[in-house]
Design a protein around this ligand. Structure first.
Ligand code: 0L1
Ligand code: MG
Length: 262
């Protein structure tokens, strides 16, 4: 690690305050160019510890930047991983208060809910499907704390991969009842389709993102707990939203899920 413990704690407090106060910042590698991957995940872990100490509960995990469309949009080449806590949950059809966010965007995702724990290394798509209880449509609301979404991957990891809100819903289905590669998705904003795609846009198969997450955690001595909800990453590029917008995600054979922004 390149940063000392005090700097990691200061950066975690700073970034979490940016989230809680909805204020943006230049990316933290501008002032800490030597920050390494362990530092980045240590800052993310410290943000999680801060939330847990105030009574938050971990409800799941997320993989981000898992489609070429997203990677191209953000000018990066690798997936990243983050946590989901209860303060990010929005119920189906509920309203998201944009005053609590900086510059929200929505991502259409396939969410996995795990029946069994999953531990890497060596985790593959088959192991993911065997451990999955059901899959369902999910919309992630991302809100990078970095000004104009200008960042590098380490800064994004430290910022818990821009996680802000998410909703899951629609019609959950067993993973063996659907071909997650060919399943079609339509994201609508204010009744108009704004992004279209198929599951294979996510690393060839959305379960591959979950396997990557399990292998990433395995290298850190951690696992995906049973019961977790996991967002496998945006199928398309992210779409900016503002107060007054409503967003619906339709996933073939899995119904739809929606959110309103006020
Ligand atoms: O969930 C995601 O794919 C977002 C990862 C972080 C990058 C961004 O803010 O777009
Ligand atoms: Mg996402």
């Amino acid at each position: 690690m390149a940063l000392n413990q005090q700097t990691i704690e200061q950066l975690a407090e700073y970034l979490e305050n940016c989230q809680l106060q909805a204020k943006d910042t230049p990316k933290i590698t501008d002032t800490h160019p030597d920050m390494d991957w362990d530092d980045a995940y240590a800052i993310q872990d410290t943000i999680l510890q801060r939330k847990l100490s105030r009574g938050a509960r971990v409800v799941g995990l997320k993989a981000g930047l898992t489609s070429h469309a997203k990677m191209r949009q953000m000018g990066v080449t690798d997936p990243v991983f983050g946590f989901l806590v209860d303060e990010y949950i929005v119920n189906e059809g509920d309203t998201v208060n944009t005053a609590e966010l900086i510059h929200p965007k929505v991502e259409p995702e396939i969410a996995f809910v795990m029946k069994h724990a999953l531990k890497g290394p060596g985790c593959h798509i088959g192991a993911v499907l065997a451990a999955t209880d059901f899959v369902m449509p999910g919309i992630e609301v991302i809100d990078s704390r970095y000004r104009d979404f200008k960042f590098d991957l380490k800064s994004v990891v430290a910022d818990n991969t821009s996680a802000a809100r998410f909703v899951v819903g629609g019609q959950p289905v067993r993973p063996d009842s659907v071909d997650l590669r060919t399943v079609g998705i339509v994201l609508e904003k204010n009744g108009e389709p704004v992004a279209l795609g198929a599951g294979a846009a996510v690393l060839g198969h959305p379960a591959a993102a979950i396997a990557m997450l399990a292998n990433h955690l395995g290298r850190r001595g951690q696992e995906i707990p049973a019961g977790s909800v996991i967002l496998s990453g945006g199928v398309t590029e992210a779409v900016a939203v503002a107060a007054g917008d409503n967003v619906t995600l339709r996933v073939q054979g899995m119904g739809s899920v929606g959110l309103i922004f006020a």
